[in-house]
Design a protein around this ligand. Structure first.
Ligand SMILES: CC(C)(COP(=O)(O)OP(=O)(O)OC[C@H]1O[C@@H](n2cnc3c(N)ncnc32)[C@H](O)[C@@H]1OP(=O)(O)O)[C@@H](O)C(=O)NCCC(=O)NCCS
Length: 168
């Protein structure tokens, strides 16, 4: 049951589980830019260095198994360091039970606490479940990158969405 799932900050102990979950979702070839996870050691280096820089990396845990993740990573250049990019995914059998909402809300709170101001993401136009979730937690559509994703000769638009904590 999704209610029994714990959401925790990712540590080195979760890297292999994160790698497995990322690889499974990537190989679905529908939702993520990656079509497979980078090699385990590259994934480890990337995740631990990102965590070390203060980015938000959360995992959803069923006992010891990583069943989902959400990360929010700051942009590099000083003029964009208030901006961050969000990525997330759940293993197929854990979807549509409210877990995505718990995970993203916890990650957004982590980003706010870390002083991030704007969170951006790109979502495939044919992923209504993810779009609904993002709108539900406050993301708005800012534009469309036409034909930006292409797998097996099929082109898909990518919807650019963002959430900003700044009150103008
Ligand atoms: C996208 C994802 C993280 C969403 O998490 P989830 O746990 O499945 O979603 P939740 O159960 O928390 O809720 C999603 C919302 O979408 C709605 N929804 C579910 N299926 C839907 C569908 N086919 N069309 C439209 N909305 C749908 C739900 O009703 C819910 O909205 P509500 O709170 O207004 O009722 C998860 O499904 C997933 O990992 N998908 C595959 C990977 C992916 O798409 N990653 C994001 C890439 S940008």
């Amino acid at each position: 049951m999704a209610g029994d799932i714990r959401i925790e900050r990712m540590t080195e102990a979760h890297v292999e589980g994160f790698y497995r979950a990322l690889d499974i979702v990537a190989r679905e070839r529908k939702y993520l830019t990656l079509l497979e996870a980078p090699p385990l050691e590259d994934t480890r280096k990337f995740a631990l260095s990102s965590i070390g820089r203060g980015n938000v990396h959360l995992v959803a845990l069923d006992g010891g198994e990583v069943v989902g993740w959400c990360d929010i990573r700051r942009h590099f250049f000083p003029s964009q360091a208030h901006c961050a990019s969000l990525g997330m995914g759940l293993l197929p059998s854990w979807r549509e039970q409210g877990l995505g909402k718990r995970l993203i809300e916890a990650a957004i709170e982590g980003a706010r606490t870390a002083g991030m101001v704007r969170i951006e993401l790109g979502v495939h136009a044919d992923n209504p479940r993810a779009i609904q979730l993002y709108e539900r937690v406050g993301f708005v559509r800012e534009g469309v990158s036409r034909d930006a994703f292409c797998v097996d000769g099929e082109y898909t638009d990518v919807i650019n969405m963002a959430l900003t904590f700044r009150q103008v």
